[in-house]
Design a protein around this ligand. Sequence first.
Ligand SMILES: Nc1ncnc2c1ncn2[C@@H]1O[C@H](COP(=O)(O)OP(=O)(O)OP(=O)(O)O)[C@@H](O)[C@H]1O
Length: 468
Amino acid sequence: VEQGRSCVFLTSSRNSRNMEEGRVNGTIQYCAHTNCCVGFFRIIDGQPVAELQGCKMVVGGCLDPTCFTSTTHLDYIRCECSSNLCNGNITWNAEEKQPQLKHSSHSTDMVTAIVVVLGMLLCTLVVAVKCRHRFRGYDDKQHLSLPEESLTSLCSCHISKQSDMDLTSMELQQIVGSGHFASVWQGSYQGTTVAVKVFPTWCKQEFTVEREVYGLPHLVHAGIAHFLGAGRKSDSGDCVLLLELATCGSLSSFLSKNSSDWTTTLKLAQSLSEGLAYLHSDFYRHGVHKPAVAHRDLSSNNVLVRDDGTCVLCDFGSSTILRSCAGPHSWQRYMVNVQSQVGTLCYMAPELLDGCVNLSSGWCLIQGDVYSLGTLLWELLMRCSDLFIGCPVPEHRLPYEEELGASPSLEQLIVHVSERRERPSVPKHWQQGLHDILLDSWDHDSDARLTAQCARDRLVSLPPCCSI
Ligand SMILES: Nc1ncnc2c1ncn2[C@@H]1O[C@H](COP(=O)(O)OP(=O)(O)OP(=O)(O)O)[C@@H](O)[C@H]1O
């Protein structure tokens, strides 16, 4: 008999993610991490029809044993609750379809907006004065005089204010995924199909971090989800990011449904490492600094697959921007969002798992990403049919799932990955080039690991037709 919470389970084929929250038996999920059930329902002909049900991804927060409506997105409603199978039905009052917050939230928004604007003005002033001071010293020595605008453009601590989009023409059509913080929908905006990432108001911090990353100068790259803008829903006040829609969904759901030949696998692997190499890059172009960004939560749920067979990185809610006012490679003083360990456990580097690392070192965060890249490449390669000729391609597995099960604990991973220095097992018959890329990406010594750019270069130099 299973202990703990059981919830009604229903998933869309594109959202395999909530499978990880506990064992599923038919229409019941036994929660491994939480005491809360959650349900998303669509209102069709005035009646709620379930679209996604299961264990909630975030621990805590559900106080009510009955599933009352908690958030509303046009014709979608969501509820969470704390008794067995409570998410089977939603308690929903059609009259209350739109939240009744308008008046008070408007005035609160106004006050918040004023405080934010004043805060930003003050920060900009302080940063400008600091940069000015720094460059004035330089000027004195070099007898140079920099034009006024280059003072702020050289200074990547300067955060430019991004304006909100008008979202009145946005429509949400169907849910395509949900994570710990947000739900992601297929929608339309001004006639174009888009992905809409909706953050409930209590996840504003994650929204702000992610928006800031997407809004960095020069962050447009084929390997990074294309950012279209951000704003707030007028009905609920929820924060919204508008992104390109990756039609094949997450890499995790892609791999669980498809095995691929060598050419397809190589394309996925190369585009993935190219995206990460670009994210990590730190350069000036046209006088504007693109700082390095550490993703910090790379997993096959945070990589998407386009219909052209390439990967794109998404979900920058845990990322750290390695800002610098003094130019590239002087990261330490200006990093934000490094307070704690973040990431998906089975992709986390040994030094991050056991906490034996100085989180304020930009290099260590970057090399933590490279370890995750190694485990992701392994996950991809394990679904390559050309690497398993004469035997069946293994089912899709997460790193260490074979050895430790689907949801290993932190303690199990510390012992396995950090203390025993075990890694996902690589079939012996694979060619040496592949072994080397994996071993050099997940080396125990983070300084000895490849860079993402180097991993990409090695993948490019592999033979186009797999000779194993
Ligand atoms: N642009 C997109 N196109 C298609 N599907 C997407 C897109 N963005 C996200 N998704 C789907 O939604 C899921 C959740 O998205 P995301 O990881 O950004 O949410 P989150 O709440 O920030 O997650 P996390 O729990 O990892 O922090 C993804 O795993 C993916 O399946």
